[in-house]
Every structure is written in structure tokens, then in C-alpha cells.
Design a protein around this ligand. Structure first.
Ligand code: NAP
Length: 331
């Protein structure tokens, strides 16, 4: 649609919560099947250092989300005074614990603890936030197993709404390791032409105006104005700021209605999808460490000898009833 078109656009407001719920239903069924097969459910362990109220509320949300799909969850609430060594020792214990599939250390950390040291300490096979350099490198190489949750959530929203990505111009504002960089890489891998923007980008508004897909991940309330949005564009507003006690996104949401083709609101938008992708990563980490045993093949009609029947029975009876040990060395 051209910019001068008089036709008002019917903007689709993404219901991230409804989408998250439908994905959680799918995961609940997967876990039901795992448990029905005699194996334990996937387990997520969350570690919080300090007593930041927002972080406490996030980890409570994560625990509730685990319970909702039948995943097991554990939390470690450590005092602000915890040393980096104490935290790294705990991570090492969790790395060695076969009953732990996903480890998430809630950010931000107190100033005396290096987030890089923490990211590097987590076993890449349990790194559900996907911040370990190995997982980041794999993402760049195009063979990622675990990808950070918010970018996965953005891609899931775009896919569920059928937004074409191949050949589209995607503009990403923000280049953090947790959102901007990984979402840019994922979009490029889906054949979008990606422009990555940041605080030093010149004429951001003009770049945004040429975006078919615009991802804003800055944390600057309502910085993206309606006239920065190409009519009909898909606008993924990741930013969350609090203004006068209200959650506000990076995009001027009210003004963008009638201009954007689809848009995520600051509440019930990308947020619920982020937690959902954390659950997905926990299931992925579990599946990678404990692959589902191959279903026992039906005996072929021509091989009805006693020997082949016995072999088939053996395979059935040797199927693990509890989780098997890790399939191989750490990733
Ligand atoms: P971050 O690490 O602070 O990164 C912010 C990025 O924005 C930086 O790359 C920065 O550029 C860029 N930036 C700052 N001012 C800018 C400007 N005027 N023009 C263009 N770019 C500018 O933040 P983050 O962790 O990626 O998070 C971004 C926002 O998303 C925050 O509001 C956060 O709360 C929210 N978030 C939401 C979810 C969710 O689930 N909804 C998940 C994660 C994050 P430089 O690199 O040049 O400094």
C-alpha cells in the first residue's frame, strides 16, 4: 500500500497471551506424553541473586508457567551479598545435576558479579537463555539448538500471523545480545534484508519508514512515532518502560493504530511469548539430552521368525522407564 493511500488500515493487534496459551497447550501435551511414557518431566531451575522486586515477580511468572505445562521447576533465591564464586559454584552443581534441564540466572545481576562469567559458566546444553558464547556462535553459524527467548517469541508472532519475511526489509532498533543481535540474525536467516540500528544510527526515522518489519528493542518510551511506520508494516514492540505506573512500549501504540498492518501491544504482546519460549527452550534442552526413544517398529510380516519376535520384545522391554543418561558429552 502506498504512503499516500487514503484507505485506513485495519491494524491487527497481536494477542500475545492467546498465542502463548495455545503454544503452552501444545507443550503441556508433549509433557503429558513424556510422563505417560514413564519418563520424568523437563525441569527448569531459576537462580535469582538479590531481591529486586521486578525480578522476583518475573521468576514467579516463570514458576507458574512451568506448573501450567506440567514442567518441574526449582528456584534459588540468593542474597545480594552472594559472591561471584559462590554463584559459579552453584551453577557448576546444577550443570552436573542430571535432573536439571534448563538453568536461568535472572538478570540484572549485582554489580560485583560479571554477567559474562555467569553466561560462560552455564553448561551450553542447559543454557535456556542462550547467552553462552557457544550458543551465540551456533546462532551465527546457522545451526543453533538454543536461541534466546524474546527473539524466538518475535519470530513466532510473525509466523503465526503469516508475515512474509523472505525479501522483506526488516529494521531492528537495538543491538543487545539478548534481543537486538539474535533477532536480526534470525530474520536474516529467514531471508529478510536486515538493517540493525542503534544509538549512533543516523536518520533512524527514514530507515524505519522503509521497513516491512520493524522490531523495536530499545527501552525508550514511545520513541517510534506513527510517521516512522511504513503503512501496513509489521511492528514488533519489544521495549517495556514504566511511565506513570503504566507499561509503555518503544512505539507510540495509539498513534500506530490505522498505520501498522500488525502490532504487538506492550501488555499481552511479546512478554508472554518470551516466557513461552523459555518453556520451549527447556523442552528442547531436555529433548537434546534425553532423546525420545525410537518407537518400536511393527514386526514386518515376512520376518515372523521367533528370533525376530524376541528381538522386538527385547527392544520394547528395554525402553527406559526413567530418563536415560545424557546421550553424549556436553555440547
Ligand atoms: P539494552 O541492552 O539496553 O539495549 C538497548 C539498545 O537500544 C542498545 O543497542 C542501544 O544502542 C539502543 N538504543 C538506545 N537508545 C537508542 C536510540 N535513541 N536510538 C536507537 N537505538 C537506541 O536493552 P535490551 O535488553 O535489548 O532491552 C530492550 C527493551 O526491551 C527494554 O525495554 C527491555 O525491558 C525490553 N525487553 C522486553 C522483553 C519482553 O519479554 N517483552 C524481553 C527483553 C527485553 P547502543 O548499542 O548504541 O547503546
Amino acid at each position: 500500500m502506498s504512503e499516500t493511500s487514503a484507505a485506513k488500515i485495519e491494524t491487527v493487534v497481536v494477542d500475545g497471551l492467546a498465542l502463548a496459551e495455545s503454544l503452552r497447550d501444545e507443550m503441556a501435551r508433549e509433557i503429558e506424553a513424556i510422563v505417560a511414557s514413564g519418563r520424568r518431566p523437563p525441569q527448569l531451575t531459576v537462580v535469582l541473586v538479590g531481591d529486586d522486586p521486578a525480578s522476583r515477580s518475573y521468576i514467579k511468572g516463570k514458576q507458574r508457567a512451568c506448573a501450567r505445562i506440567g514442567a518441574a521447576a526449582a528456584e534459588y533465591l540468593l542474597p545480594e551479598s552472594t559472591s561471584q564464586k559462590e554463584l559459579l559454584d552453584l551453577i557448576e552443581r546444577l550443570n552436573r545435576d542430571d535432573g536439571v534441564d534448563g538453568i536461568l540466572v535472572q538478570l540484572p545481576l549485582p554489580k560485583h558479579i560479571s554477567p559474562e562469567a555467569v553466561a560462560e559458566a552455564i553448561d551450553p546444553a542447559k543454557d535456556v537463555d542462550a547467552l553462552h558464547p557457544l550458543n551465540f556462535g551456533r546462532l551465527l553459524l546457522g545451526n543453533a539448538k538454543l536461541v534466546s527467548c524474546t527473539p524466538l517469541g518475535v519470530l513466532a508472532v510473525l509466523d503465526r500471523h503469516g508475515v512474509p519475511l523472505a525479501g522483506a526489509h526488516a529494521v531492528v532498533i537495538g543491538r543487545s545480545n539478548i534481543v537486538g543481535k539474535p533477532v536480526s540474525i534470525l530474520l536474516q536467516q529467514r531471508n529478510a534484508t536486515v538493517t540493525m540500528c542503534h544509538s549512533k544510527t543516523r536518520d533512524l526515522a527514514a530507515l524505519c519508514r522503509s521497513a516491512d518489519v520493524l522490531v523495536a528493542a530499545v527501552g525508550s518510551p514511545r520513541m517510534v512515532k506513527a510517521d516512522w511506520i511504513k503503512p501496513g508494516a509489521a511492528v514488533m514492540d519489544v521495549g517495556v518502560s514504566e511511565v506513570d505506573g503504566k507499561l509503555v512500549g518503544d512505539v507510540d501504540f495509539d498513534a500506530a493504530i490505522g498505520r501498522a498492518g500488525i502490532i504487538t501491544p506492550s501488555r499481552r504482546g511479546i512478554g508472554p511469548m518470551t516466557i513461552t519460549m523459555l518453556l520451549r527452550n527447556t523442552l528442547t534442552a531436555y529433548a537434546l539430552r534425553f532423546p525420545t526413544p525410537d518407537p518400536t517398529p511393527e514386526p514386518a510380516p515376512e520376518s515372523s521368525s521367533d528370533a525376530s519376535r524376541d528381538a522386538s520384545t527385547d527392544r520394547k522391554s528395554s525402553a527406559p522407564t526413567t530418563a536415560a543418561p545424557p546421550a553424549g558429552p556436553k555440547a
